[in-house]
Every structure is written in C-alpha cells, then in structure tokens.
Design a protein around this ligand. Structure first.
Ligand code: G3I
Length: 375
C-alpha cells in the first residue's frame, strides 16, 4: 500500500474516531443523570462501557491521598483499580498477627464512591513478603508454613469479602523456561500450594473471581504453555480458578506478542482473561520511532482484549511516567505509561481512546458488571 493511501486511511480512521467521540458527547449531553460518578463521554471508561469492558489502572495510594490531579484522572478515566502495593503481604501484615488494612481500605472506599471495581493484588507471591516471614521461613516445617499461608489468604480475603471483583491469587509462579519458580512456597510445600491457595481463597469469598497472574505469557512459548497446562489441570481437578491475568509488561526492543492467540486459547478453557499490568517501556530519550512502537503496543494489546469476549478488563500498570516502576528496575528505560511526567495525555492515551471509539462492533462481555458509565 503506498504511503499516500496509508495516510489517507489513517486520516479516515482518526476522523471516524472523532465523529464517534463527538456523537458520544452529544448523546451524553442528552442523557438523564445516571448512578456513579459523572465521567466524560470520551473517557476510556465511558468508551469501553458499551462493550462491557473495564479499563483499569494500578493505583499508588500515596498519590490518591495527596495529588488531586492524579485522583481526577484516576476517577474520570478508569472503571477498575488495582492497588500497586498495599494489598501485598509485606504491607497488610508487617508484623506477624498485626494487620495494616487502612491504605487498602481507603482505595476500596474510593473505588466504591467512583463506580470502580477492584482487582485484589496479590495473595501468594515470592516477592514483597514481610521480613518476619522471610526470616522464619527456612526454620519452619512444611505444616507450619502451610498453616501460615492458609491463615494469610483466609484473613485477607475475608477482610475484603464482597469488595474484590478479581483476586490475583497466585502471582508469577513460573520461570521463563516453563519450570516452576523455586520460591519458598515450592520448596516447602511442593506444587500443590497453587491449588490450595485457590481453594482457600474461594472458601473465604466464593463470589470473587480467582486469577492466576504472570508476565511474559503474552507470547506463545514455554512459559505460556506451562501456565496453560497448569490451569487446564486445575480446571480438570475442579479447583476454583476463574481466570488468567496477562501482565503485559512490554518493551519496544522485544517486539509485539501474539497476544490475541494466547488470550483466545485460555478463554477456550472456559476461563476469563484479563490484561492486568500493561505498560510499554523503551530506552530514553524516546525517539519518534520508539514512540510509534509504544503506540502500536498499546493499540494492539487493547485490540487483542476487545477481540476476545472473555477478556473482561484491560489494566495499565499506573498512568504517569513520573510514578512508574520501570526506571527503578530497568536502568535507562522508562516512558512506559499513557500520561507523561506532568500527567498530560500522550499518544499512547489517544490511541486507547480512538481504539475504543472504533470498537463498537466488538463482542459484548458479560462479566464486567455494568459500571453505570453506559451512554
Ligand atoms: O514501602 C517502602 C518504603 O517504606 C521505603 O522507604 C521505600 C524505599 O526503600 O521502599 C518502599 O517499598 C517499595 C514498594 O514498591 C512500595 O513503594 C519497594 O522498595 C519497591 O521495590 C516496590 O516496588 C514495587 C515492585 O512491584 C516490587 O517488586 C512496585 O512499586 C510495583 O509497581 C511492582 O509491581 C509488580 C507487580 O506487583 C507484579 N508484577 C510486576 C510488577 C512490576 O515489578
């Protein structure tokens, strides 16, 4: 296709999206008041509502409490929230038997007030464990560690019972080569800890959707195949698992995954799927070529979710480059989010908006709980 034709097509698509946005705005203006917060008709959450998709973000609860510009974006653009850190074990039980629910409770309350569902993150992980546990673990018997894990899951899921839409029950249990990660859980309890975790979580809150969550499973390969085998086995054993979370932490240097294929094959097992931690990092300073690749990453990952009816949420892992986890972990990389350092929308935001505006023909998902944003 020659470049003139391509640019003509792009212009048409953008104009088409603009027309849809305008008509949505006009329709919104004539709508009677509806439950939940008033959200702009061209917001990500409003544009996604007609197909039943929840657009979410990880939330830095320090900013929720202190930064009005951050909170305005959070509540106007997103219909699902995930605590970035405050539901992790080190945060909720810093001292054995002493719980700190306050930061997570504040997020849950804010979500309720703003018509947002909550993704609980995360019950069983090898990282961000409280020091009292990591120090004791090696001296504990298998039965003692199992009892501690069961109590943690039961206590946390019970505390939030009825308030969590999806729980990331087990997070990152596999290595990239498809073997199980040699965490304290595997070492002491064997691979059965995974099924036990789901059973304990279900016993504490039978209505929560229980997910396995991991990264680098967006690409077909040893890791996604191993997760596929695991969740197939769990389903066959009658373990209460409802979905798989694809973290979708991407990097322009690694190209784009065959994500839709992977979402589809897991969905065909009778599971929900979700993109749970989307961001697209690149080397700094960002070149125009890298920016285009980042835009393509956000476009194609959202299109993949829209194409799969069982994909019930698309969550970015934070929305401001100034607060992203990436620079602290990947030296020389960043600019991974959809808003810039000054909380201004980037082309990555605009492409999500346009992709949603053009997705009116996408299959409707039924598990997203009507957010009240429908226009
Ligand atoms: O709370 C302490 C604070 O008291 C201390 O002063 C400060 C400086 O040392 O550290 C604070 O803890 C930090 C914590 O985030 C809370 O802000 C840790 O150092 C820091 O390592 C931790 O990073 C988090 C990271 O998980 C830990 O692995 C990131 O914010 C968070 O975005 C990231 O999220 C993970 C998901 O949970 C799972 N998927 C991968 C994703 C990215 O790593």
């Amino acid at each position: 296709m020659n470049s003139r034709r391509r640019s003509a097509l792009i212009t048409t698509a953008v104009l088409g999206a603009s027309v849809v946005l305008f008509s949505q705005a006009a329709a919104f203006a004539s709508q009677p008041a509806h439950p939940g917060p008033v959200v702009p008709p061209d917001s990500l959450r409003a544009l996604a509502a007609p197909v039943g998709l929840r657009i979410g973000t990880a939330v830095n609860t320090d900013l929720l409490a202190s930064n009005p510009a951050y909170t305005k974006i959070l509540n106007s653009q997103f219909s699902s929230v995930t605590p970035e850190n405050v539901m992790k074990w080190e945060s909720v039980e810093p001292t054995q038997g002493t719980y700190n629910w306050a930061p997570a409770d504040a997020l849950v309350a804010s979500a309720k007030a703003n018509g947002q569902l909550v993704r609980g993150h995360t019950l069983v992980w090898h990282n961000q464990l409280p020091q009292w546990l990591t120090q004791e673990a090696s001296s504990l018997s298998a039965d003692q560690l199992r009892a501690i894990l069961k109590k943690h899951i039961t206590d946390e899921v019970t505390h939030f019972k009825g308030k969590i839409w999806q729980w990331d029950v087990v997070n990152e249990a596999f290595n990239d080569d498809g073997t199980l990660r040699n965490s304290i859980w595997l070492q002491k309890l064997g691979s059965g800890y995974i099924a036990d975790a789901f059973r304990w979580a279900h016993a504490a809150d039978p209505k929560a959707k229980l997910f396995y969550n991991d990264y680098n499973i967006e690409f077909t390969g040893p890791k996604s195949n191993a997760v596929y085998a695991l969740v197939s086995q769990l389903k066959a054993q009658g373990v209460p698992i409802d979905g798989v979370g694809f973290q979708t932490h991407l990097d322009t240097q690694y190209g784009l995954p065959d994500l839709e294929n992977n979402l589809q094959r897991f969905a065909k097992l009778g599971l929900n799927v979700a993109e749970t931690e989307v961001d697209m990092r690149t080397t700094l300073p960002v070149t125009s070529l890298e920016q285009n690749a980042q835009v393509a990453g956000y476009t194609t990952t959202l299109q993949a979710c829209l194409a799969v009816k069982q994909c019930i949420s698309y969550t970015v892992w934070g929305f401001g480059d100034a607060y992203s986890w990436v620079p602290g972990v990947f030296a020389g990389e960043g600019a991974a989010d959809i808003y810039d350092e000054n909380l201004q929308p980037k082309p990555e935001y605009t492409t999500l908006q346009q992709t949603l505006a053009l997705a009116t023909g996408a299959p409707h998902r039924t598990d997203g709980h009507d957010s009240g944003d429908r226009h």
